[in-house]
Write a protein that binds this ligand. Structure first.
Ligand code: GLU
Length: 414
């Protein structure tokens, strides 16, 4: 069953709101996005044709600070998906205690079939269409699915040209040469490494005795595989869009990166067995890291997941139905709003550095990231212990309470 992401996001919020005893009006407010912008805009394609694209920018909540969240380019982008992802950004920023609200944006397009010039024209035009929302104090986009530092550079440039002066702090995830932060590219994976290590400690698993499967070999998945491997774990399965590869004795991750560079995909990598993406999720392993799309672990496969620990590197990879099954089976789930918060945390560092025009070393960025992720994990873990719930609800209780408090303290502007 395909689960509507926004329904899933609201259901998770409702559970936390109920446990926290939030007032009816506050609950109703936090269930809805604050602002939703839909834009239709023309782009000239390389063959001279003019195509109309549709894009979105949704701000869920700005009680704790400017709206923050990525931009995705994908044929699957919908308004409901943006709403769910924007709401998750609100909770994510609150879990790690950074002063941002939540937002998400995207354009419906097939980025892999577009030329670099077409992508640049589409990005610039989209940035201008949402420019009245953007700004370092109001709304700060970042990379997400199929977007990268170059695309962020174009967004920053289009916005700055519009104003007539450079405004680097209105976008994060920029190239280093444009005021990006050291460590931003690896930040999400580094955060995953920290929470995985903490969760393994709770379960009494030593990295050397731990087998890991990672779904997705993009920026997050590939670096996560490399970092967990470096921690001492054996990576037994990895996959990309085409499918996965498996070796119970371990996959050489640097070699896999090389192989993908040369062949465009993982399938056929020497010394591995080919598996489908759905088989990959059910492989025997201790830790499973879905780092690709949403809705991957569902009511259909949750009972067959072998991992003891599931770390959600992607946003929304587990449906509520699957979550209940995993919970009942005693699988520990580190929820997305905590697990993948390393990316937005270093986006926060990039924003701070940009506003101060004072840049930190990679070591400093990584140390600060490590400390924020560790404290957030600890706070979520303690909250779930005292409330006798799983980590997801623990994270939601913490995040929703923080956002509710800020919203109440600001009060109603009547
Ligand atoms: N797209 C990333 C996420 O889902 C990063 C967002 C950001 O850095 O603003 O968390």
């Amino acid at each position: 069953m395909v689960v509507d992401l926004y329904d899933a996001a609201v259901a998770q919020f409702d559970e936390a709101a109920e446990r926290l005893g939030l007032a009816h009006s506050l609950r109703a407010l936090l269930r809805e996005p604050k602002r939703e912008l839909i834009v239709h805009f023309p782009v000239r394609m390389d063959d001279g044709d003019v195509r109309i694209f549709t894009g979105y920018r949704v701000q869920h909540n700005i009680a704790r600070g400017p709206a923050k969240g990525g931009i995705r380019f994908s044929p699957c982008v919908t308004l409901d998906e943006m709403r769910a992802l924007a709401m998750w950004m609100t909770w994510k920023c609150a879990v790690v205690g950074i002063p941002f609200g939540g937002a998400k944006g995207g354009v419906i397009c097939e980025p892999h079939t577009m030329s670099r010039a077409e992508l640049e024209r589409m990005t610039r035009r989209y940035a201008i269409e949402i420019a009245h929302l953007m700004g370092p104090d109001s709304d700060i986009p970042a990379p997400d699915m199929n977007t990268n530092p170059q695309i962020m550079g174009w967004m920053m440039d289009a916005y700055s040209m519009h104003l007539g002066y450079p405004v680097p702090a209105t976008v994060t995830g920029k190239p280093l040469a444009l005021g990006g932060s050291a460590g931003r590219l690896e930040a999400t994976a580094r955060g995953i490494q920290v929470v995985t290590r903490e969760a393994m400690r709770c379960l009494g698993i030593e990295p050397q005795d731990c087998s890991v499967v990672v779904q997705g070999f993009g920026n997050v998945g590939s670096i996560t595989a490399r970092l967990l491997n470096r921690l001492g774990c054996t990576i037994v399965g990895i996959s990309d869009i085409e499918g996965g590869v498996y070796n119970p004795h371990g996959i050489d991750v640097p070699m896999a990166l090389h192989y993908v560079e040369e062949h465009g995909c993982l399938i056929g990598m020497p010394g591995t067995e080919t598996v489908t993406n759905s088989e990959l999720l059910e492989l025997p392993c201790d830790v499973l890291v879905p780092a690709a799309l949403e809705n991957q672990i569902t009511g259909r496969n949750a009972a067959r997941i072998k991992a003891r620990l599931l770390v959600e590197a992607a946003n929304g990879p587990t449906t509520p139905e699957a979550d209940a099954i995993l919970n009942q089976r005693g699988v520990m789930v580190v929820p997305d709003i905590l697990a993948n918060a390393g990316g937005v945390t270093v986006s926060y560092f990039e924003w701070v550095q940009g506003l101060q025009r004072f840049f930190w070393s990679e070591q400093e960025v990584n140390n600060r990231l490590d400390s924020i992720m560790r404290s957030a994990y600890q706070a979520v873990y303690e909250r779930s212990c005292t409330q006798q719930t799983n980590l997801r609800l623990g994270a939601y209780l913490l995040a929703v309470a923080r956002v509710a408090e800020a919203t109440e303290l600001r009060g109603l502007y009547l």
